[in-house]
Design a protein around this ligand. Structure first.
Ligand SMILES: [Zn+2]
Length: 169
């Protein structure tokens, strides 16, 4: 299993090369969004939010949002350390937490949760390719994390995992 520092360093090192892959199709915005998604996924939305980690510390006081997530999931569980499901659940968690927060702050003059949902819908309508690129960046950084943990798909049967690991090394 790789250390937090090792995860951070490789994420930072590979963010730009990953972004460059999107340059031909989406130009500079694609480069920025893909690299940004990759960095965000590796440094802030890391699978290791399921334990005390560099990623949890980076959230500062907002790390409280991830406290129940950490309590509910064991470290390297199927729900945090899986392709697609891991990133999907973290994004859903974050969206849920933001909506709850908006609901709590709305009486104090903040935007109501419905306004956030409408803004997200508009973004999806108007910037779909870039939004998908950001999601690809988030997911790719999760794959990097899983590969570095030495267990690309931790929940496959052990024999298949061993064979995959041999191939990927
Ligand atoms: Zn991990």
């Amino acid at each position: 299993m790789a250390s937090g520092r090792h995860h951070d360093r490789t994420t930072a090192l590979l963010a730009l090369p990953f972004g460059l892959l999107w340059l031909p199709a989406l130009g500079a915005p694609g480069l920025v969004v893909a690299s940004g998604g990759f960095l965000l996924g590796g440094l802030w939305l890391s699978p290791d939010l399921d334990t005390r980690s560099n990623a949890t510390r980076r959230w500062g006081p907002l790390g409280l949002l991830w406290w129940p997530y950490r309590r509910l999931l064991s470290h390297r569980s199927l729900f945090s350390h899986s392709p697609v499901l891991g990133t999907g659940l973290r994004l859903a968690w974050l969206a849920g937490a933001l909506l709850l927060l908006a609901g709590a702050l709305a009486p104090l003059g903040g935007p109501p949760p419905q306004a956030l949902v409408a803004a997200a819908g508009r973004l999806w309508q108007e910037q779909r390719p870039l939004l998908l690129t950001a999601l690809a960046g988030l997911e790719a950084s999760t794959w990097l994390h899983l590969l570095q943990d030495g267990d690309p798909v931790p929940h496959l049967p052990r024999r298949l995992r061993r064979r995959l690991r041999r191939r990927w090394r």
